[in-house]
Design a protein around this ligand. Structure first.
Ligand SMILES: Nc1ncnc2c1ncn2[C@@H]1O[C@H](COP(=O)(O)OP(=O)(O)OP(=O)(O)O)[C@@H](O)[C@H]1O
Length: 311
């Protein structure tokens, strides 16, 4: 299937809790097979939006299409549930059952045949490496093992779209990497669309597309590179030898900088521009560091409403 096919289309979605409007008319679309990162500060409206898309909560107004099905009526919502898998922040597996039993039960919920469930189990077990935990009770698992089981359960019916609400929060770095690699493999090898919320910007940095919401409004969207161009910058940090009159040097050349804790910071259009400056100053420098603009900068600058002007 074409990468350009739209699998999620949201138009002017609104959701209120009583008098409080949590989602204030957002519109966006997600293409088939992409890793889509839905970002925002705590309370921005991410979980509310996911709950609505997954048919677990009602919207107030707005049009939503998921994998071609219209969201909102019973038939459309039932069709949508067949096409999606969801991993919530809080686990929904039965603590008293084994991993295998939990996943099998879920397969039965989708009316899959025994053979189909077995085939699909092999598929999810390979991606989430379930062999060593298959017969363990879910309640006895570590946080990382639970996450692997949660994801496996969510994809036992091989959905078109997998919704992941902060899938790696609370995991140690090694487990986080393991879970993350499984998610990326699912996307790349099976063309599953991944709809992700995360507070880890290094995960957002490898997304195909990013939407950032703040207080229920979309405040930025684009590819990570597009967002970096607009909201982040590369910089050069310089520490000079005591003998060098650095401020005078910059003033004469009309170069802007910030100065803090003996470090001069210069904004760069690209990291290569550091080379020219370093060559001119090579005998005066005590130390230097070239720093690439990151998704952390992007997120902070978007939330603080600072667009970056490269000097
Ligand atoms: N059931 C509810 N009743 C009333 N207000 C709610 C309810 N659920 C969420 N809210 C409010 O709606 C807003 C959006 O919440 P939501 O959980 O969607 O944010 P979020 O972006 O997912 O945050 P987090 O990153 O902390 O998970 C918040 O102000 C929250 O307090």
């Amino acid at each position: 299937m074409s990468k350009e096919q739209i699998v999620i289309k949201v138009d002017n979605l609104r959701k209120s809790y009583g008098a409080f409007e949590a989602v204030k008319g957002i519109s966006f679309s997600v293409k088939k097979g992409e890793l889509f990162a839905f970002l925002g500060t705590n309370g921005a409206g991410k979980s509310t939006t996911i709950d609505i898309l997954c048919t677990l909560a009602k919207k107030n107004t707005g049009d939503i299409y998921i994998d071609g099905y219209k969201h909102g009526d019973i038939k459309g919502n039932n069709n949508i549930r067949e096409k999606i898998g969801v991993v919530f922040q809080e686990s929904v597996l039965d603590e008293r059952l084994t991993v295998y039993e939990n996943i099998l039960n879920r397969g039965q919920y989708y009316n899959l045949s025994k053979e189909q469930i077995q085939d699909n189990y092999q598929f999810v077990s390979e991606y989430l490496k379930l062999d060593d935990i298959k017969d363990k009770k879910y309640g006895a698992l570590s946080g990382g093992q639970r996450r692997r089981s949660d994801i496996a359960r969510a994809i036992i019916h091989k959905p078109t779209i997998l919704f992941l609400d902060e899938p790696t929060t609370g995991l140690d770095p090694q487990t986080r990497l393991f879970v993350w690699e499984a998610i990326k493999r699912l996307q790349e090898e099976t063309n599953m669309t991944i709809f992700l919320t995360t507070h880890y910007m290094e995960e957002a940095a490898v997304a195909d597309n990013v939407v950032v919401i703040k207080e229920g409004h979309i405040v930025a969207e684009g590819t990570p590179d597009q967002l970096k161009d607009k909201y982040a910058f590369d910089s050069l940090h310089l520490v000079f030898k005591n003998t060098f009159s650095s401020k005078q040097w910059f003033k004469e050349r009309k170069i802007s900088y910030t100065f803090k804790n003996s470090i001069y910071t210069l904004r760069l259009a690209t990291t290569i521009d550091a080379y020219d400056i370093l060559k001119k100053l090579e005998n005066q420098i005590e130390s230097f560091e070239v720093i690439k603009g990151s998704m952390d900068d992007v997120f902070i600058n978007i939330i603080e409403e600072k667009e970056v002007i490269v000097l």
